[in-house]
Design a binder for this molecule. Structure first.
Ligand code: DAH
Length: 355
């Protein structure tokens, strides 16, 4: 048997066995490495005489191709098997239950703001926003509260510079100015947001929330204001009837001005809204002062309307039976877990605000 045939038979036999990638690579080196069996045979070609050389070289090439193909095939088979095995192991069992995760809660104030926005959007109000850091002009002067006006003292303002030009807004009313300055009437907006005053006790927090309302058009009167507020309070407290009283008051930016109280009583330690002989103040309102309209270049002989400002935290306290305002801002996780709302419980009018 020629040497070539011997090599071929020996390795064909070896390659039939079950081999690892390592073993195949070893065979590859044994055959085709620098001093491998096949490589050495190629070196021999030059030493043969002409008659033998051609046939030997041709036989050697055939054997080399055959063994090489076989080795490549084996390698790709092993790699394929390896991938299949991996895929088999990495199979995802989609019948497994979801991993439990802790879901956060929506703060009662955020939920209340969403409810308020939902109620007013039903009757055509859009939602505007303004910055917490305001200038003195928008917060006071443009709202008909000039320098030295006594109403300024009542606001316990946090000023941010020595000249008292920038401040943390003391109410959401400056959003009235911002809205009317950038557009033309009519206006029908609410503006919920954070407000700040230097004050802190069980019913006051230095940061609190208000929602501003503004409706300016031709022929808007106090009847519209009353209708709008009584609709809002009924919707918010989810009651059919409400006892409401308008008490004359004073705000520089409205004329006439009023504060609104709602009737309530305490039954079995629980507060019942809309009945009884007790009164609770919940908002300030009035007809927008002509000076305010002039300050934003709206002609008060053609347009007029009403505005109101509601304390959001107080409404949330009433609705959810929370008796200390400070708890809203303590960030106590246990409190939030108790009073907070499910993130999927988005308030809408048609589905009911609270379920
Ligand atoms: N800005 C007032 C305050 O914080 C509340 C208010 C009263 C707003 C009357 C109004 C309004 O828009 O018309 O005390």
């Amino acid at each position: 048997m020629s040497e070539l045939k011997k090599i071929k038979d020996e390795f064909l036999l070896k390659l039939k066995e079950k081999l690892s990638l390592l073993e195949i690579n070893q065979i590859k080196t044994d055959l085709f490495g620098k001093n491998g069996l096949i490589s050495s045979q190629f070196k021999k070609i030059g030493t043969l005489d002409e008659t033998e050389r051609k046939k030997f070289a041709s036989d050697l090439n055939v054997i080399k191709d055959e063994l090489q193909n076989l080795i490549n095939l084996k390698i790709s088979e092993i790699e394929k098997a390896k991938i299949n095995q991996k895929l088999e192991q990495e199979k995802i069992d989609i019948t497994l239950p979801e991993r439990p995760f802790v879901r956060g809660k929506i703060h009662p104030v955020s939920q209340t703001i969403d409810q308020i926005s939902s109620i007013f959007s039903e009757i055509g109000f859009s939602v505007e926003e303004g910055p917490d850091v305001e200038n003195e002009h928008n917060n006071f002067t443009a709202l008909n509260t000039p320098d030295n006006h006594p109403a300024r003292d009542m606001h316990d303002t946090f000023y941010l510079d020595q000249n008292k030009e920038t401040l943390l807004r003391t109410h959401t009313s400056p959003v009235q100015i911002r809205t009317m300055s950038k557009d033309k009437p009519p206006f029908k907006i609410i503006a919920p947001g954070r407000t700040y005053r230097s004050d802190s006790d069980q019913t006051h927090s230095p940061m609190f929330h208000q929602v501003e309302g503004l409706h300016i058009d031709k022929d808007i009167n106090m009847g519209h204001l009353k209708g709008c507020l009584s609709y809002f309070i009924k919707e918010f407290f989810e009651v059919k009837k409400i006892k409401m009283r308008f008490r004359p008051s004073h705000f520089p930016f409205t004329e006439p001005s009023a504060e609104v109280d709602i009737g309530y009583e305490i039954k079995d330690g629980k507060i019942i809204i809309g009945e009884g002989n007790r009164w609770l103040e919940i908002l300030g309102c009035g007809m927008v002062h002509p000076n305010v309209l002039k300050n934003v270049k709206v002609d008060p002989t053609k347009f007029q309307g009403y505005a109101f400002g509601i304390g959001i935290d107080r409404l949330a306290m009433l609705k959810y039976g929370i008796n200390d305002l400070r708890a809203f801002f303590d960030c106590d996780y246990r409190w939030l877990n108790h009073f907070g709302f499910d993130p999927l419980d988005v308030p809408t009018n048609y589905r009911g605000l609270s379920r």
